[in-house]
Ligand binder design. Structure first.
Ligand SMILES: Nc1ncnc2c1ncn2[C@@H]1O[C@H](COP(=O)(O)OP(=O)(O)OP(=O)(O)O)[C@@H](O)[C@H]1O
Ligand SMILES: [Mg+2]
Length: 360
């Protein structure tokens, strides 16, 4: 399905998702997972080809590097997609353009009035999409970038339009900052409240690392211990990008052992990411909380936990409100995330967690 030999196909998951849309069980869903966990790869290399083979018209847009012009870029991209939809739409647009040109209105967007960034545009474009015959699937990647106040009206209009046309237009959102996404989707007053289902993006299983080992052997004609590769993947926080970088590194340097390659890779990752800087910016209390959360500590407000914190900080006591405000501040900076279902804090970035656990 894809040209990338290292890509481990997630066909079953893609099939499940499309099945939910096809049966009408669901019209929107949100996958969240930290950075580099494979969301984009899944949308582009698994969902897109499978959906297209099942007759969906697929539109992908990433809000990742979104600047202030993102509203315009998104609406224009979607409008272009709507125009290119069917032969009929294209033909209609040609006719429009011809009549406009002959009427002296050259340069105007044919058919659709694009007032970029405005509320009505996105509604008009989605309406237009929905009125073509095909099934439409929108893949909106890194959508938490829209959580900023500047995009409130776009988000509200998008929400309304998708709601109106949910039988024809299905959507998969992804986001990497779980905290940012939650702000966007779960606040009672937010437009996307209760819109679609929020699903944790499933982690890759042993099949992934076994597959990489097989590709490695095929390319290099050398053996790679599947068990050891799986353990390295788990150690590296189940981050597929790291595992793949590890295997590629060994393919380029056949004399490296798995362990050596992993050490070197993790060192580079830590240096590149500058976790030390995040750490420097934390207060003493925040640092202790980060370490506790990384280690899987629950009951952060409990008496015994607060006593322990006070002892470590050398102060008489630590109030519940101090813990609360430290956690709020860590959440705001997207360093930690509170999993709603488990009511427990987690470190957002699995590599940061590993960095904390291995003694910074
Ligand atoms: N199914 C897969 N098979 C092989 N490699 C994968 C797979 N999924 C992810 N990867 C590897 O992990 C890398 C990161 O994946 P991807 O860019 O999809 O992550 P992401 O969750 O979208 O991250 P970001 O938040 O940075 O956009 C890919 O470039 C690829 O190297
Ligand atoms: Mg991505």
């Amino acid at each position: 399905m894809t040209q990338d030999p290292w890509h481990f196909a997630r066909t079953a998951l893609a099939g499940q998702v499309l099945g939910m849309f096809d049966t009408g069980l669901s019209s929107a869903l949100t996958f969240f997972a930290p950075r580099r966990m494979g969301k984009t790869e899944f949308l582009r290399k698994d969902i897109t080809p499978l959906a297209e083979s099942r007759g969906w018209q697929v539109f992908y847009f990433s809000f990742l590097d979104a600047d202030s012009r993102v509203d315009t870029a998104f609406v224009e991209g979607l409008a272009a997609f709507a125009r290119g939809e069917t032969w009929l739409a294209r033909a209609g647009q040609m006719l429009d353009r011809i009549s406009k040109v002959s009427g002296g209105a050259a340069g105007m967007e044919a058919g659709v009035e694009i007032r970029a960034g405005g509320k009505d545009d996105i509604k008009a474009v989605i309406h237009r999409l929905a009125s073509t015959n095909g099934k439409v699937l929108l893949l909106l990647d890194e959508v938490q970038a829209l959580a900023k106040p500047a995009h409130t009206s776009l988000v509200a209009a998008l929400r309304t339009a998708l709601d109106m046309h949910k039988d024809q237009v299905k959507v998969i959102f992804t986001g990497s900052s779980r905290e940012g996404l939650r702000r966007m989707f779960s606040q009672a007053n937010a437009p996307f409240f209760h819109f679609g289902q929020n699903l944790p993006f499933p982690q890759l299983d042993r099949g992934f690392t076994d597959y990489l080992a097989v590709v490695f052997e095929h390319i290099t004609k050398q053996k790679l211990d599947q068990e050891a590769l799986w353990r390295a993947f788990v150690d590296m926080g189940h981050v597929p990008q790291l595992c793949r970088a590890l295997v590629e590194r060994m393919a380029l340097n056949p004399s490296l052992s798995l362990e050596q390659a992993k050490q070197a890779l993790m060192q580079e990752v830590h240096e590149g990411r500058d976790y030390a800087q995040d750490w420097e910016r934390c207060s003493a209390l925040e640092r202790l909380l980060l370490l506790m959360i990384a280690a899987g500590g629950a009951e952060l407000y409990g008496v015994s936990m607060r006593e322990q914190l006070a002892r470590q900080l050398g102060v008489p006591e630590v109030a519940v409100s101090s813990v609360q405000s430290a956690l709020r501040s860590l959440s705001r900076r997207a360093l930690v995330f509170r999993a709603e279902e488990r009511r427990e804090y987690e470190i957002e970035d699995p590599v940061f967690r590993e960095w904390l656990l291995t003694g910074q």
